[in-house]
Design a protein around this ligand. Structure first.
Ligand code: HEM
Length: 360
């Protein structure tokens, strides 16, 4: 027994000595290091994305639009109806895809990224570029997770079919069925909607562009999940546009699909679970985003280049889930049947109007 044990130990030591180090790093030309040499080219690209596309690293309109674009490119995928998923077809076949009704307003960021790719001699595929810009951009929003990034998507072959992107006036049944067809559970749908925490609408009501979905569109926080659960009010002068619901504050946009998903028995408890659990919000969103970013590809064919995504910053110390000024817990439209909505307090002062997200 003792002899056998010695032999086993000697074998283990010999094997470890011969094994390649598990985390072998490659030194890139600019002094940074990567896990694979193909990732090296991405460091300088990320620097210019931050400098030129995101105004030095902000979490503003261009970031919000770039995040939306990750979704509108990727969700063009169905095992039965076709589409290449996260392949950059929305850039390569922009004439076709930007004409889809669900892509209203997306042409601005498609044009901006197309111009950026041309101006800066970007050689990576449009699918890789869209997902890179999205992950880099979100990292600029305090409170956001550092979303892992996978590289190596081939060039797109064709435009995605129309009708694959959910619309704000779609029923919950239709939305969950579409996401399920693309491989997402209802819990993952709610996790992905954390993106609406750093978001605004330009085209739902074109008379008030930049109208945010929550009161903190520059922070990746849970305010979106709180504020969509508040009772909506008819504010004077707010027309009732297609897909638009009543919101809880002047200057804030609520879309019908978010309102319905927050109140549907299949999704309400998942929705509520994000209100006071920021760690869950970050990890569930990050996991679902990675899954979305590789739709249409086998992740084993891609290279993990996550180290090129900038470090993130935490939420400011005074951020935290709260009710809007002049609202109370009675304004929460409780929908989760299992557990009560977390008890929150309102910010002090009278009801205020939420300012628009300024154009970049
Ligand atoms: C049920 C599914 C969804 C529907 C119906 C929906 C609908 C919308 C609508 C109507 C807008 C406003 C567009 C405008 O008027 O400019 C919007 C904005 C946005 N959406 Fe979604 N969305 C959905 C899911 C997602 C997902 C999964 C993501 C994840 C990446 C996402 C990210 C965004 C972002 C970041 C914006 C803000 C864009 C900006 O501020 O310019 N959405 N969404």
């Amino acid at each position: 027994m003792a002899y056998k044990g010695l032999v086993a130990a000697a074998f283990t030591l010999a094997t470890l000595a011969n094994a390649k180090p598990l985390n072998r790093r490659v030194a890139c030309a600019d002094g940074r290091s990567a896990s694979n040499e193909v990732c090296c080219q991405l460091f300088p690209l990320v620097d210019i994305i931050q400098e030129k596309l995101f105004d030095g690293g902000e979490c503003g309109e261009e970031v919000h639009e770039s995040l939306r674009l990750t979704f509108h490119d990727a969700i063009g995928f169905s095992p039965t109806a076709g589409g290449g998923g996260a392949d950059g077809s929305i850039i390569a076949f922009a004439d076709t895809e930007t004409a889809f009704h669900a892509n209203g307003g997306i042409d601005e960021i498609v044009d901006a990224q197309t111009q950026f790719i041309a101006d800066n001699n970007v050689t990576i595929s449009p699918g890789d570029f869209i997902q890179l810009a999205g992950a880099v951009g979100v990292a600029n929003c305090p409170g956001a997770p550092r979303i892992p990034y996978f590289f190596g998507r081939p060039a797109p072959k064709a435009a995605s079919p129309d009708g694959m992107i959910p619309e704000p006036f779609d029923s919950v049944d239709k939305i969950l069925a579409r996401f399920s067809d693309a491989g997402f559970s209802s819990a993952e749908v709610i996790a992905l909607l954390a993106s609406h925490s750093v978001a605004a609408a330009d085209t739902v009501d074109p008379t008030i562009p930049g109208t945010p979905f929550d009161s903190t569109p520059g922070l990746f926080d849970s305010q979106f999940f709180v504020e969509v659960q508040l009772k909506g009010t008819a504010f004077p002068g707010t027309p009732d546009n297609e897909g638009e619901s009543k919101s809880p504050a002047a200057g804030e946009m609520r879309i019908q699909s978010d309102e319905a998903l927050a109140r549907d028995s299949r999704t309400a408890c998942e929705w509520q679970s994000f209100v006071d659990n920021h760690d869950k919000l970050m990890s569930a969103f990050s996991d679902a985003m990675v899954k979305m970013s590789v739709l249409g590809h086998d992740i084993k064919d891609l290279v993990d280049c996550s180290e090129v995504i900038p470090e993130t910053t935490p939420l400011p110390a005074d951020a935290g889930p709260h009710l809007l000024p002049a609202t109370t817990m009675d304004d929460i439209e409780q929908a989760c049947a299992d557990t009560p909505f977390p008890t929150l307090t309102a910010l002090p002062g009278p009801a205020t109007s939420i300012p628009p997200v300024p154009p970049s």
